[in-house]
Structure formats: C-alpha cells, structure tokens
Design a protein around this ligand. Sequence first.
Ligand SMILES: Nc1ncnc2c1ncn2[C@@H]1O[C@H](COP(=O)(O)OP(=O)(O)OP(=O)(O)O)[C@@H](O)[C@H]1O
Ligand SMILES: [Mg+2]
Length: 255
Amino acid sequence: MSVLLTTIGLGKSYGGVQAVRGVDLSVTTGSIHSVIGPNGAGKTSLFNLISGAIRPTAGRIIFDNRDITALPAHRRAAIGLGRTFQNLALFRSETVLENLLAGCHAGMKTDPLSVLFALPRAGRAEAKARDEAEALIAWLDLARVRDSAVGSLAYGIQKRVELGRALAMRPRLLLLDEMVSGMNTEETAAIARLVLRINQSLGITVLMIEHDMGIVMDISDRITVLNFGEPIAEGGPGEIAANPRVIAAYLGAAA
Ligand SMILES: Nc1ncnc2c1ncn2[C@@H]1O[C@H](COP(=O)(O)OP(=O)(O)OP(=O)(O)O)[C@@H](O)[C@H]1O
Ligand SMILES: [Mg+2]
C-alpha cells in the first residue's frame, strides 16, 4: 500500500504550550483515517500544520513523496491538499452556486491575465467552472438551495456546501475538521454516507478530525489518538475502542 501523507516528528509550540509534539503520522492512499482526542489535544493544530496555515516548530511533512514543510498553504492546495474548517469559512451572503464557483475557479490553473482581459481561454475556463459547480450541486444534492444565500441555510446544509467547495479544488487528500459537530443523528448519518462516497466513488483519501465516535468507528480504516499533543495509540476501530490508554484519556477528559 502506498502512503500519501507522512509527518515525521511534527511539533508546534506556542510559547510554553506544546500543542503538537512528536507526531509520526502515516496516511495510506485511498484510506479514511481519523484523528481523535479530547478537547485541546492538538487535532486542529495538526491539521493547520498539514494544510500550511501554521508553521511547525519541529519535524517534517511529506505529501506524495515530496517534502512540503516549507511550502505555503496555497501551493499545498494546488498540489492536492484540500480542507474544511472547524468553524465554517464560507461567503455567507453569496449563494451556494457562487460559493462553489469560487472553489472551482481556485481549483483551475487559469492564466490570470486571460481572465482579466476576458480572452477566449478565460471564457472556456469560466464555462468549465460553471459546469463543474453545477455537477457538484447535483452530486451533493444541493439543487433546491442552489440560489439561496449560504448564511440563510441550515447548518448541516452549509457544511455540505463547504465540503463541495473543498471538493471543487480537486483534492487528493481531504482534511475534514469536525464535520458533524452540532448535527443531529440524521444529518450525521448523511454526512457519513457522503464521506464514504467521496472516498469510494471519487477515490479521495480522507483525513478527518471527529468527536462523534459513531461516525469514527463506522467509516474509519485507521484511527490515530492524540492526547496533550502526542499520539497515544493508532489502529483499526476495534483495536482503538479496546485500547486502555485511549479509554483512560477519554475518562480523564470527562472527569
Ligand atoms: N494560536 C494559539 N496560540 C496559543 N495556543 C494555542 C493556539 N492554538 C491552539 N493553542 C493551544 O494548543 C492546544 C491544542 O489546541 P487545538 O485547537 O489544536 O486542539 P483540538 O484538539 O483541536 O481541540 P478541540 O477538540 O477543542 O477542537 C490547546 O491547548 C490550545 O489552547
Ligand atoms: Mg479542534
């Protein structure tokens, strides 16, 4: 099995706080890999390091056999690292279609000058972006809300739009940060099915942070557990659920 993403001794300190330390993570191509851990365990910081939003204070990140540790976030996105945010990061007053179009444009390598002067190449790119956005709307079952302002939609639907925008960037690795937090059981099940389809039908490798143990245990191939910034366990769902260190970490967090 090939490995799409590796982190080697990855660390991040904020002054005295070691948000992430000594993380050796290996994500297999084609897998759904979950990162779990109590609040403040360093999960979002780890994602921010992988997507390039923040710089590590230790270690390296390898994506598709390439060292991307020093690569800026937009370059990482261009080579196939896509993400959603724990707090929605959509244009709230724009429609679903407009939000997806923004993603489709960003996912295309159009010559910026040809867009500026509306040259034929840009025209074709514009049409292609529209086709892609419409295809995503159908695929994500968003046709009913296509022309609604994103800010007016239910939270679960906004999350699907955000997923669509990440997909529009044509990621090879999709980083999902707490997709189902604040969702009811039905919405959570729908997202779980959607993540499975993204993985199986589109062939996209998924790395997801999730607090909802139901979805984690149902759809993950592999799970890494963080506690106080450090990995304390890794394995399949069965192994993780039975791991005494994991149980202790969660009980400690709940106490
Ligand atoms: N910009 C920052 N400056 C200082 N400390 C930070 C910063 N970002 C995160 N931290 C600290 O790093 C630690 C890890 O935070 P992080 O947000 O990565 O955890 P998390 O596992 O995503 O938590 P949650 O489950 O609540 O989302 C926490 O102690 C947090 O307070
Ligand atoms: Mg977080």
